[in-house]
Design a protein around this ligand. Structure first.
Ligand code: GAP
Length: 452
């Protein structure tokens, strides 16, 4: 679907050029759909996780953190339904030897004739669909034998359910309360692609919110609203976000209700985050499979199996949405610039400190001491490499909201210029007030300058 947005190719090229994300194992020819994060990619990713952690845990009293193992007891995945049901229908083409998801043929290209979908070209010879489990298998221990088989987790959620009792007892919580976790998940996707959007190794941020059964619908609606508000707070355009409720036929086996928060990616409207009402499915199944009762027992003897509301998203899908939303090109003074208009709270670098003349000892000394002062509290970058215009362009491309420039006037009156990435406005500030100015700027409410 053609949409009025930046192409994925431009995003991939910027990410590579500026060292956000590289294809993984490149010197060995690459390994399809796996990526490595460079310096700015790591900073961006860390900011996304920090903002999520703040909103989920630091700013609330009812949610606690967990970091469970990636490899869990194999019975966990039997109880969860993943061994039996976590699969996609797959077809092979005997002619071009490519594999496709049988339910997504319309989104795939024929290996011989890319303008057609698989099955449409005269040479296509597709097999019957068969189910393909998406979990990566591994073995635990030195000997590969029956019973040593294990899986890399395909979601972080199950690590939370199997710790329900520990948290209930040790963190002394009563429903409604939540357990949140950030960590890697792995899925052997048949058709990964679209850059980071669908990858085989990704970082999930999931929160399981345990509620009294009668309150589940109310909390399901609450978390849809909360999560949508989080995206708006971090600068995504309202017109590019929507909530789509799944029909009963589309829901996962555990779900009593699911809504996707969708973003208008270059590939069209697609799932950014899912919010599901999982009912009592998981706690009941783990009780059955482990023979450990997972329920809430109140002091007055009240007992029930809590229902679970789950907002779940990957850092990767957020990063693609942030990059797409922030990307802009404009002509300034007859020169084109590319700029990432990130919210200051997610931008990899908050401010750049630039001495106008790299060889001027006075400017370097003042710029370095400003840099040393600011780096204690913020992600800042010192850059003295090249003409000042080129340095501004470089910072624009990585989305740095502000640049402080030390010039001749600084040597005379101890003031610096601050340049705003979006408006390009420049103002002069006393050097001594830069720290407070930056703190205030970060406190201010921020609205994307991108047209909604
Ligand atoms: N615990 C529920 C669960 O895992 P899901 O809809 O399969 O539900 C949750 O995944 C979120 O994880 C998705 O909304 C998406 O943000 C992200 N996600 C899933 N598969 C992904 C993949 N292959 N690559 C990147 N992100 C993925």
């Amino acid at each position: 679907m053609a949409v009025d947005t930046v192409s994925m190719e431009k995003i991939v090229s910027l990410c590579r050029r500026r060292g956000f994300v590289f294809p993984s194992s490149e010197i060995y020819g690459g390994l399809g759909s796996t990526y490595d994060y460079g310096h700015y990619g790591v900073l961006l990713k860390n900011n996304v996780k920090a903002r999520w952690f703040e909103a989920m845990i630091l700013e609330r009293d009812d949610i606690v953190a967990l970091d469970s193992a990636v490899i869990l007891h194999p019975r966990v995945w039997e109880a969860s339904g993943h061994v039996e049901g976590f699969s996609d229908p797959l077809v092979d083409c005997r002619t071009c030897k490519l594999r496709f998801r049988a339910d997504k043929l319309e989104d795939s290209q024929c290996g011989r004739k890319p303008s057609k979908q698989p099955g449409e070209y005269k040479e296509c010879d597709l097999t019957e669909p068969r189910q393909f489990n998406l979990m990566f298998e591994t073995t635990v221990g030195a000997v590969q034998e029956a019973g040593s088989r294990a899986y890399l987790r395909p979601e972080t959620a199950q690590g939370i359910f199997i710790n329900f009792k520990n948290v209930l007892q040790l963190a002394r919580r009563r429903p409604p309360f939540g357990i949140a976790q950030v960590g890697k998940s792995f899925r052997n996707e048949i058709t990964p692609g679209n850059f980071l959007f669908r990858v085989r190794e990704f970082e999930q941020m999931e929160m399981e919110y345990f509620v009294p059964p009668a309150e589940s619908e109310q909390w399901y609606r609450y978390w849809i609203d909360e999560r949508l508000a989080w995206y708006l707070r971090h600068g995504l355009r309202r017109s590019r976000l929507r909530v789509r409720e799944h029909g009963p036929e589309e829901r996962s086996h555990y779900s009593q209700g699911t809504s996707d928060i969708e973003y208008l990616y270059p590939i069209g409207w697609s799932e950014l985050e899912g919010v599901a009402n999982r009912g009592d499915f998981d706690l009941t199944r783990h009780t059955e499979f482990s023979s450990t009762k997972l329920e809430y027992v109140g002091q007055d003897g009240e007992r029930y199996v809590p229902h679970v509301i789950e907002p779940a998203v990957s850092v990767e899908r957020i990063i693609v949405a942030l990059l797409v939303d922030a990307y802009d090109e404009e002509v300034v003074g007859e020169r084109e610039r590319t700029v990432l208009r990130f919210h200051p709270h997610v931008a990899p670098v908050t401010a750049a400190i630039l001495p106008l003349i790299a060889k001027d000892d006075g400017m370097v000394s003042k710029a370095r001491s400003l840099y040393e002062e600011l780096r204690k509290r913020h992600s800042v970058e010192y850059d003295d490499n090249g003409a000042i215009g080129r340095r501004y362009r470089r910072q624009d491309e990585i989305g740095t909201p502000w640049a402080f420039t030390v010039d001749e006037q600084t040597l005379a009156d101890d003031t610096v210029t601050v340049r705003d990435r979006d408006s390009l406005a420049q103002e002069r500030l006393p050097l001594a007030s830069v720290r407070d100015w930056l703190d205030d700027a970060l406190e201010r409410e921020w609205q994307t300058p991108q047209p909604d």
